[in-house]
Every structure is written in structure tokens, then in C-alpha cells.
Design a protein around this ligand. Structure first.
Ligand SMILES: *Cc1c(COP(=O)(O)O)cnc(C)c1O
Length: 361
């Protein structure tokens, strides 16, 4: 007997149950071919068809223009923190970065190893509870690109606008908000995401890059990290993470069947409204983020007395509500409510929060 509980993990995160069932049904014998996807050559017709379908479905979901490449890489979003400057900074370049929390700061730290990084705006003066408005940004004239983090998975702030950076390529770490609602890809030079939040299993990193940004890699850039090498080889310069690619493709098909990112925007909008309303309407729970900058996907909240954290988490587990403990740097709770977390999970969490407050408030 197997059971499925409600999983609020920040990552690796919940996957759609229907996708897992398809993967189970196809696990030992994919489409009558007598072998598992895990056992196929990445150069076989079968796997190439899986890979191409996944790319096409992602292109359809995000309406990715034809002058962008979609790359299926490894190393996680963290590897992109180095790979982006190695590809876009040139031999001695500089770039503008926006600091809105832990992930953008990690990106800044790593990029600083490869060139001059100008922190053009920082949320520090807002204790990272709000996003500095574009009027506060000090962009530099010679930046090769502008990097920001649309959704800070740990802090729980999210841009609900796309920065205006003139003719500079805009680069965004969309690890935790890709596919959560529509996104105008044409506004960006490069988008990247570790798969394990809102795409699929860990081990795969998706990069969407405009063609004119290819072929500019630093002369010492490792071959494996050169976007143009990946692009020329269909992301198969070496063996790609085939099973993660396949499973992500199943998620893309599931998303299409749900009605695409427009449907996700409706559902995710309803989910986050319910959870923030429960937090704001209580005496026990609080979320410190400026209302306009609140994340839809990752919702941190605190209890008025942190001695209640433990009993709250124990009671949550008893009710099948998993992984609500906040990030160690923030404390309290965090509910990650990605695409694959159903509205019923939020309903169950909100009901438990009310019940717990009645007992302990
Ligand atoms: C999780 C996360 C990362 C790190 O991703 P890895 O794939 O583990 O390297 C980076 N940026 C954001 C916004 C994230 O949510």
C-alpha cells in the first residue's frame, strides 16, 4: 500500500502524482520498447524523441521565441552562478547584479570571481522584506548584463514586475518561479532554473538563452560550461541526465493538460491568497514581507512564540503535512506551494493552522 501526503518541501519538491504514475507504468518497458528510459542510449531515436518533445512542450508552455535556445544541462542553478559570467562577461568585463536575498547574494559572490560585479541595488536596507524599486537602481553603463532573482526561495520575496534595463541582456534565476504563471521570455537575454522546484527531479538545469549571447565565452571557459557547445550539440555534448529530462517532459505534458501557465496562474493565485489570508487574519502567525513583493511559491511564516514551532511541526506531520520547517537561516515555517502542490494541500494546511491557533493562541 502506498500513500501520498501533502509535501511543502522547497526542493526537491512535490511532483504531480499523475506524472509519477506514468513514470511507474513506463518504468521497465517504455512504450513497448522493452527497456527503461534509464537504460536507453541518449543518442537513440527513442530518447531523442523524448528530448525533442520535452523541449517543444516547454517552448509551447512559455511561448519561447525561435531565436532562443533551450539547453538541458547539469550542475544546478548554483553552477549557473559561474557559468553565466564565464559565458557573458568576456575577458575582463563587468555586470550589474540586484541583491534581494540569499540566492542573489550567492550569485554575486560567485560571479565576483570572474569579473567586476556592481551591486546596482540591494534589499538590505529593507531587511530583505521588500524589493528595491527600479528608481533606486544604479545601473552601470558598461555592464555586460543585469542579473536578478525574480523569486527568492528562502526569503519569500518575488518580483511582480520585469525590470527595464534598456539594451542590456536581462539574466534571471527563475529556479523557483518558472512556469508558475506566464512570463514574457522576449524581455530576457537568459533565464535559468534548477529543475527540482517547479520542473522535475533534481539533476537537470534548464537554460533559455537568446542566440546573440552564444559564442562569447571566456577563452578559459571549460568546454562543458560553454553554452554554444551545448547548443551546437543539442545539450548532448556528453551524456545528459536522461531520466530527469524524460520526467521533466512528463511534467510539461501534465502542465499542458492542466491548461498551461495561464491555468497555473489562476490556481497558484488562489492558493497563495488563501494562505496569506490565513496568516494575516490570525494573531498567531505572521509574514513580514511587503505585501506587493510577496512570493506566490514560497511562503515563510512565523509563530508568535517560537516555542510553539516544535508542536506545530509535530501536529502537521501527524496530519500528513510534510516539510513545513523554515530554512535554517530564517527559522519559523515555510510552505512551498509549487505547481504540483494541489489547492487541497493549502486547504488542509489552512485548516490545521486554524485548529492549532485555537488550541495554542
Ligand atoms: C534552489 C535554488 C538555487 C540553487 O539551486 P541548485 O540547483 O541546488 O544549485 C538557486 N537559486 C534559486 C532561486 C533557488 O531556489
Amino acid at each position: 500500500m502506498s500513500k501520498r501526503l501533502f509535501n511543502f518541501c522547497a526542493g526537491p519538491a512535490a511532483l504531480p502524482e499523475a506524472v509519477l504514475q506514468t513514470a511507474r507504468d513506463e518504468l521497465t518497458d517504455w512504450h513497448g520498447k522493452g527497456l527503461s528510459v534509464m537504460e536507453m542510449s541518449h543518442r537513440s531515436d527513442e530518447f531523442v524523441s523524448i528530448a525533442e518533445q520535452a523541449e517543444q512542450d516547454l517552448r509551447d508552455l512559455l511561448s519561447i521565441p525561435s531565436d532562443y535556445k533551450v539547453l538541458f544541462l547539469q550542475g544546478g542553478a548554483s553552477q549557473q552562478f559561474a557559468q553565466i559570467p564565464l559565458n557573458l562577461l568576456g575577458e575582463d568585463g563587468s555586470a550589474d547584479y540586484i541583491d534581494t536575498g540569499i540566492w542573489s547574494r550567492k550569485a554575486i559572490e560567485e560571479a565576483s570571481r570572474y569579473g567586476h560585479i556592481n551591486v546596482a541595488a540591494s534589499a538590505r536596507e529593507y531587511d530583505y522584506f521588500a524589493i528595491p524599486g527600479q528608481n533606486e537602481w544604479q545601473l552601470s553603463a558598461d555592464a555586460a548584463y543585469v542579473h536578478y532573482t525574480p523569486n527568492e526561495t528562502i526569503g519569500g520575496v518575488e518580483f511582480n514586475w520585469i525590470p527595464e534595463v534598456g539594451d542590456k541582456p536581462l539574466v534571471a534565476d527563475v529556479s523557483s518561479d518558472i512556469l508558475s504563471r506566464p512570463l514574457d521570455v522576449s524581455r530576457f537575454g537568459l533565464l535559468y532554473a534548477g529543475a527540482q522546484k517547479n520542473i522535475g527531479p533534481s539533476g537537470l538545469t534548464v537554460v533559455i538563452v537568446r542566440d546573440d549571447l552564444l559564442g562569447k565565452a571566456h577563452s578559459k571557459c571549460p568546454t562543458m560550461l560553454d553554452y554554444s557547445v551545448a547548443a551546437q550539440n543539442g545539450s548532448m555534448y556528453n551524456t545528459p541526465p536522461t531520466f530527469a529530462w524524460y520526467l521533466s517532459g512528463l511534467v510539461f505534458q501534465w502542465l499542458k493538460a492542466q491548461g498551461g501557465v495561464e491555468a497555473m496562474e489562476r490556481i497558484n493565485g488562489a492558493k497563495q491568497r488563501k494562505l496569506y489570508a490565513a496568516i494575516d487574519g490570525s494573531e498567531l502567525y505572521s509574514n513580514p514581507i511587503n505585501i506587493a513583493d510577496r512570493s506566490w511559491m514560497n511562503i515563510p511564516f512565523r509563530l508568535a512564540d517560537d516555542r510553539l514551532d516544535k508542536p506545530f511541526l509535530v501536529g502537521a506531520e501527524e496530519r500528513g503535512l510534510l516539510n513545513l520547517k523554515g530554512h535554517r537561516s530564517v527559522g519559523g515555517m515555510r510552505a512551498s506551494i509549487y505547481n504540483a502542490v494541489p489547492e487541497a494541500a493549502v486547504d488542509a494546511l489552512v485548516a490545521y493552522m486554524a485548529e492549532f491557533e485555537k488550541q495554542h493562541g
